[in-house]
Each structure stands twice: as C-alpha cells, then as structure tokens.
Design a protein around this ligand. Sequence first.
Ligand SMILES: NC(=O)c1ccc[n+]([C@@H]2O[C@H](COP(=O)([O-])OP(=O)(O)OC[C@H]3O[C@@H](n4cnc5c(N)ncnc54)[C@H](OP(=O)(O)O)[C@@H]3O)[C@@H](O)[C@H]2O)c1
Length: 456
Amino acid sequence: MVCMRQGCVLLSKTISFREVLHRKSMESSLRNESANVYVSTKAKSNTRPMRLMLFSSSICTNHCRGTRPIHNQAVYGRSRFYSTQSAEPLTSSAWQIGKYGGNQVLQMVETLKPTVSKPHDVLIKVYAASVNPIDVRTRGGYGAALLNKARRVKPGDEFPLTLGRDCSGVVVDVGKGVKDVAVDDEVWTSVNAVKAGCHAEYVVCGMEELSRKPKNLTHIEAASIPYVAITNWSAAYAVAKFRPQNALGKRALIFGGSGGIGTFGVQLLNAWGANVTVTCSENAFDLMYRLGAHHAVDYKSPNILQELLKHGKYDFILNAATEAVEDLAIKVIKEKAYAKYVTLITPFLNEIDKKGPLLGGLSSSLELFKKSRKFAGAGATFRWAFAQPNGFALKEVAKLAEDGKIKPAIDEVFDYQDLPLAFKKVENGHTRGKVVVNVAGESAKGFERGAPELFQ
Ligand SMILES: NC(=O)c1ccc[n+]([C@@H]2O[C@H](COP(=O)([O-])OP(=O)(O)OC[C@H]3O[C@@H](n4cnc5c(N)ncnc54)[C@H](OP(=O)(O)O)[C@@H]3O)[C@@H](O)[C@H]2O)c1
C-alpha cells in the first residue's frame, strides 16, 4: 500500500520469516527512495504462522500513524492460505483519493496489487469500469459517516480510497471456497461500497457480488450495467416485489428515464412485460423509445400531470430523478396497497453525515414514516431503495442481455488515464445512459460518442 501523502509502504499480512526477507527486498524496490522499511513482529510465541507487520517510514506519523493496518484494501491478506494461485506481490495502478474534495483529489497511484484474502474472494483484472453519480458524491465525502462505521475505522483512517462501484473483467485468482467462477472467466460485478472499488487495474470482490458477464457484450459495454442493474433490481424486484411473475401488462413509471438508472430500468421492466412510461427531456425521447419505453413525457412540460395520466394510473413508480416529483407521484399512483412508489432519492446517508448515526438515523426514519403515511393516505405504498450487491440479479440480467433484451446505453467512454474527465462529465449531469472508463485498452470503436444504434 502506498501512502498517498508520504509515498511510504504499509503492509499487513500473516507470513513466514523467510517470506519477510523476500518481500522486504521486493518492497525496497517499490518504496519511496527516502523511506525506510521496518519489520516488526507482533507474534505470540504459540502462534504459527506469526503475525508480522511490515510498515513504513517513521516520518509517516500524521497519515498512517505508524503501524495502522489497512482496513479497506486487500493487500496481501491471507492469500497463501485461501488463494488457489501463488500470490506474488506485484504492483498495479489505481485511482485513489487521500481526502474528500473535488476532482483534484483523484490521483492515479502505483500500489500493491490486491490479493485474495478470504475463501470467497475473487480477484478480477478490470477491463472496464463505470462512473456513477455515487462515485462523484463519495469523492466529496457523501456517506462517509456510515461507511466508516461499517469499515470500523475512525474518520480520516479510511484513506486512501479507491472509488468505482462496478466493472467488467477477467478472473485472475479465486479463494479456495469459490465455486461458480474460475481463473480466466469473464465476469462483471458491483462491489460493496465498504470495499476498495473498481477504478483500478485489479479489484477483489466476494463471489456473491459477481456473475459471468454476457457473452455477447464487450467489457466496455458490460461495465455500463452492473451498478444500475443491481439498483433497479433492488428497487423493483426486492422492494416493490414487481417481478417477471406479476409485471405482465402492469403500468410502470420511471421518473428520470434518460440517466444510467432509467435507461437500464426501462429495458428491465419492458423485458418483464410491463408497460413503461418515462419522464425525461424531449431530446431523449428517441433514445427512450429505442430502449423500449411505451410512452415518454417531457418533465418540463406544463401539462405533465395530464400527460402522465393519459393512459391511466401506475402500479409501480420508480423515482430516479428528484424528490420534487413526489407530489406528482402521489397523484398518478393507483390507489392500491400493492401499488408501490419506490424512491432512490433518500435523505438517509446525508442525515447521518450531518447528525451522526443515531440522530441522523432517527430523523430520516421520521421522514420515512411521514412519507409512508402520506402515500398510505392515497391508498398506495411508499418505499426507499438502495443499491445492494447481488450476483443472482447480475446472472439474471446477463441472460436478458444475451437474449438481446438488455442493451448497454453508453453516453461516452473515457481512457483510464482520463478518469477525472469521466467524473466531470457525470458531475455535470445531463448524461444519456452511462459513462464508462476503458481500463485495459479494449477497442472502444463505435463508442467514441455513445452506442451507435441508440444514439443516432
Ligand atoms: N439509493 C441508491 O442506492 C441509489 C443508487 C443509484 C442511484 N441513485 C440516485 O438516483 C439518481 C439517478 O441516478 P442515475 O445514475 O440515473 O443518474 P444520471 O445518470 O446522472 O441521470 C441523470 C438523468 O436524470 C435526468 N433528469 C434530471 N432531472 C430530471 C427530472 N426532474 N425528471 C426526469 N429526469 C430528470 C437527466 O436528464 P436531463 O439532462 O434531460 O436533465 C439525466 O439524463 C441519482 O440521484 C443517484 O444518486 C440512488
């Protein structure tokens, strides 16, 4: 692990003394020339193998506090015991942040390649990854209070952080408990926000967070899908119980059809047999119809209520736009308890960031209660939804993609070294579909500006 401020090396692992000597020499070649590498043993006499900590130069006291182990990065872990491959320490690059802020905090660093450290871990060579609005917000500190709780670190100790919630790539190592995928398999994943992310050459995820990628998609195409797929799945399938078994002929509405969530959601609900209406800007209508929307309504239209009601009320409404649409939603949802309004725009993490887990949790629960009552008064149900890593959902979506029912909707592809430009694009809003980063240099022909057949 390279400390971003001091360029020091910080490692935590269970290894033998012989390995220490070997790795110490490896580390010497990695570390900043001015940094000294120390070896400290923290071993109980009856513990085999010994727990050793290699740690960095004594000058790195502010940031790393001497021997602090890395919490959010698989460094060497226990690869020797769980991995099915030999785990030689190699370097790889990652985009990391050493503090929260604007785009300037993103830095590409050379760091130790992550390794498998648990029996169910899978190490993936990332070919392409996407940038989602959540990455932009996390870069600025959004959700830090709750995520640090989950990581069990004090504020500030979470750095360096690698962002990026989803990718497509190839398996290069698996833990001994991994069953469904093997080395050389092409996979896609959306990793838990607590872990190191996908804006890197390698990422480690749990076997329950991935599936094989659709065979008919390139890595660039595939990388545009996992995070928006698991979010839509969580909202529709898990929270609203709006599923292939009951969606046929039902009416669904997506507020925010033209973004990453909406361009995937319209295809998923359409594939399940629903009649899908979306709201978006007029210049996105063609795209929405190509993706399978039955009706598109301009969200800036002064007659939006009448236009939304033109074909009747809705069984399922997904809000991927703004809290402001809630008053509209309550007027167009069916007066049935099974009719669900599910919103991805929640105050939950913001409140916890501002007020702490207890007060923030309480105030957002109160908000949830109030809105639930409001929708119950209209005869419907109000719910929040969150992205949840879900290998099962990815497997189902891969089948739909292979059947041609889900297509990647890509607005723009950026080179790996231009990742900050991809963040800027997402931050500026008005994207049509997804923004993808080409990590391994796969040909992005045809995607210089979007998926050709969708963005004519
Ligand atoms: N709760 C969760 O776990 C979770 C997970 C994923 C995403 N989200 C949230 O869901 C939202 C959507 O995510 P995304 O990835 O789709 O974002 P995105 O790709 O940035 O999509 C933005 C799209 O929304 C459209 N839009 C903006 N205001 C609108 C409105 N009032 N009505 C209809 N469309 C509108 C924009 O179109 P124009 O250019 O025409 O304005 C743009 O195409 C974000 O706020 C994100 O943070 C939450």
